[in-house]
Unconditional design. Structure first.
Length: 655
């Protein structure tokens, strides 16, 4: 027979984390007495701690058979069942534990975790509150309550719960990680990054925290740092499919399409039914111009997850619908799902708008566009008066006198070609034409000029920007220009010209003149109504486009842009080359020849076959520039004339 002393010694080893010693003694006890319920139970707990949950369920079930009212055993059986994803059975076990001991805080907390897995969030919240009413210092329950509140869309309350957990247990790495996740939707990215940093400082092998840190760094557009964080995560947990997927997104944002492709494929090798990875793989194929492959990926994603809203939108954007087909019907079914979030409805509504427009059902299409934009616009605060003041400040600062005082400023390099204008004005098409020339590298949308201006002179929307420019020396502008040249040459050191296609750089034309006076500026122009309508039909992932989702605000912004461009032409005569989308469509060769001549390039026939040029295209026009020039987007606004009243009123008589 076993002795109580040997059982006590085993429990002491177990409590101290010496699992192998405890396990050996429990097994010796069971050889003596196979029905010793405490040894059966605790040997099962060790099996659970070692990840052997099937064995844990078997052993703990035997313990309960010996002692049916064994409260702790019912709780720990629930933990093993939860680990095996047998969620309903886990909840039943926690209920049995609570039937024998209603004041068992641990079981209330664990039951809440199981209910979370069943998406019974309200019930989970109630369980966590019960646990905390019994044991206010239960840090795990506070942390789990935070998770439930976050799932309810209550990030402020979740933050408070995580902070309470950390008051109780300051070195609770998981709570630091979860606090970071709750801070993200509140826009507190720097605080979130700090939370993830604390989590990995406490637990250096905490793979999930490195993954979370990478996500926050991506939100900050620090893609290289994000890549490093994901790689640290994967060094710890090579089979972490989500981290492979997120690494792929960061690599794609860095323009490393082949590496991104490999990451998404690795995620799918680990988790073949990972819908987001299928969709993201499709995004890479879309950027590369492999549209059929992209469509196949989106359909795979949607076969697994019919509510994957972004995949619906991407599939619609990359397709050209000719009839009311199964893809459109699937989007309508998804749109009608009762539990969709506003964000999901927004993505699908943009997709349905595009789809119904393709098949000529314009009134239905506009209804979806209107719904998508209303959801998007309702999610943030925005003041057009602030934008108007900002544009006025630019005109007051950048005068003929300022430029005349800095004639010797800036880099002497002639290689940058800036392609700018309003969104959807033909900038992608113009870049694709130029990038088809052997002496031009199409770098796509770069944030370099804005970053360098901010580093040297403050951001252009910073209250101190005017003072920074007025106090800057000729050397400052020259150094900033040289810094920009070094940055773009890291992308392409072998060609004569490099394009930088960032449409909002029209606001920075004055800075470009001071920093890079020998650069070429191509201003893309398009019919105001077609431009604004095309903007209204798209969701833009980049920041700074808050004006885009309300027709009245969109028209007001366009008038401010138009006025600013007139100012630049006035104070910098001859510095800006205007090219009109409608003229390119009407006379592709003539306009392309004139464009190349302005840029100092000899004619090359490849520029006429721009749609065959093999280069990544990351913008909303990724699918369109894989087609030859087409005319169906000219005067497209007339299909929606009766719905465009607020836009027409905002643009005024000068359209």
């Amino acid at each position: 027979m076993y002795s109580q002393q040997s059982l006590d010694r085993a429990v002491e080893h177990h409590t101290a984390g010496r699992l192998s010693q405890a396990e050996r003694i429990y097994q010796q006890i069971l050889k003596s007495d196979p029905n010793q319920h405490v040894a059966l139970h605790l040997l099962g707990v060790i099996a659970h701690q070692n990840g052997k949950n099937e064995i844990a369920v078997e052993l703990i079930t035997k313990a309960i058979a010996v002692k049916p009212d064994y409260t702790a055993a019912h709780n720990n059986l629930g933990n093993a069942l939860l680990a095996l994803r047998q969620i309903d059975e886990a909840v039943a076990s926690y209920d049995k534990a609570l039937a024998t001991k209603p004041g068992y805080a641990e079981a209330h907390s664990n039951r809440g975790v199981a209910l979370m897995a069943l998406s019974r969030i309200d019930d989970a919240v109630a369980s966590f509150h019960k646990a905390l009413a019994i044991a206010p210092d239960h840090a795990a329950a506070q942390n789990s309550l935070g998770n439930a509140l976050r799932a309810q869309g209550k990030p402020d309350e979740a933050v408070a719960s995580y902070r309470r957990a950390l008051v109780i247990a300051p070195n609770y790495a998981e709570a630091h990680n979860n606090l970071g996740k709750a801070l993200i939707p509140l826009g507190k990215l720097d605080e979130a990054v700090a939370c993830y940093g604390r989590a990995v400082a406490i637990a250096p092998d905490y793979a999930a925290a490195y993954n979370s840190l990478g996500n926050a760094l991506q939100e900050q557009r620090k893609f290289n740092e994000a890549v490093a964080s994901y790689r640290r995560c994967l060094a710890i947990a090579p089979e972490f499919a989500e981290a492979h997927n997120n690494l792929g997104i960061a690599l794609k944002n860095l323009g490393k399409q082949d590496e991104a492709l490999a990451s998404f494929r690795q995620a799918l090798a680990i988790a073949p039914d990972y819908p987001e990875a299928h969709s993201n793989l499709g995004n890479v194929f879309m950027v590369q111009g492999k549209l059929d492959d992209a469509v196949a990926c989106y359909r795979k994603a949607l076969a697994i997850a019919p509510d994957l809203a972004e995949a619906h939108r991407h599939l619609a954007n990359v397709s050209k619908f000719t009839e009311y087909d199964d893809d459109i019907k699937a989007m309508e079914v998804a749109y009608a799902m009762p539990d969709l979030s506003d964000q999901q409805k927004m993505h699908i509504a943009f997709g349905l708008g595009k789809s119904f427009e393709d098949i000529g059902r314009y009134e239905k299409a506009f209804g979806f566009y209107r719904s998508a934009n209303a959801i998007k616009r309702g999610a943030y605060e925005f003041s057009m008066a602030t934008v108007e003041k900002y544009f006025e400040n630019l005109k007051k600062l950048f005068t003929e006198d300022l430029f005349s005082r800095h004639l010797a400023a800036g880099s002497s390099d002639e290689s940058p070609i800036f392609i700018l204008g309003m969104l959807r004005s033909g900038t992608t098409l113009v870049e694709q034409v130029l990038a088809s020339h052997p002496n031009v590298y199409g770098a796509g949308e770069l944030n370099y000029i804005n970053r360098i201006v901010t580093a040297y002179f403050r951001g252009i929307d910073d209250p101190g920007f005017t003072e920074g420019i007025n106090q800057a020396s000729i050397r400052d502008f020259s150094n900033a220009g040289d810094d920009y040249i070094r940055s773009i040459r890291l992308r392409a050191n072998h060609v004569q010209f490099i394009t930088d296609k960032m449409p909002p750089n029209f606001r920075l034309i004055g800075m470009i003149k001071l920093m890079l006076p020998k650069a070429t500026i191509i201003h893309c122009c398009r019919d105001p109504l077609d431009t604004c309508l095309s903007i209204f039909k798209n969701d833009f992932s980049s920041s700074g486009n808050d004006y885009a989702y309300d027709l009245g605000e969109l028209g007001q912004y366009y008038t401010l842009y138009r006025d600013l461009m007139r100012h630049w032409h006035s104070v910098l005569p001859g510095f800006i080359y205007d090219i009109h989308y409608e003229d390119v469509v009407a006379d592709q060769e003539g306009q392309s020849r004139a464009l190349l001549a302005h840029c100092g390039l000899e004619w090359d026939d490849a520029c006429l076959a721009f749609h065959r040029t093999d280069r990544p295209v990351h913008t909303a026009s990724a699918a369109q520039v894989r087609r030859p020039i087409y005319t169906d987007s000219i005067q497209a606004w007339k299909r929606y004339e009766k719905q465009l009243g607020p836009l027409l009123a905002a643009l005024g008589p000068e359209i």
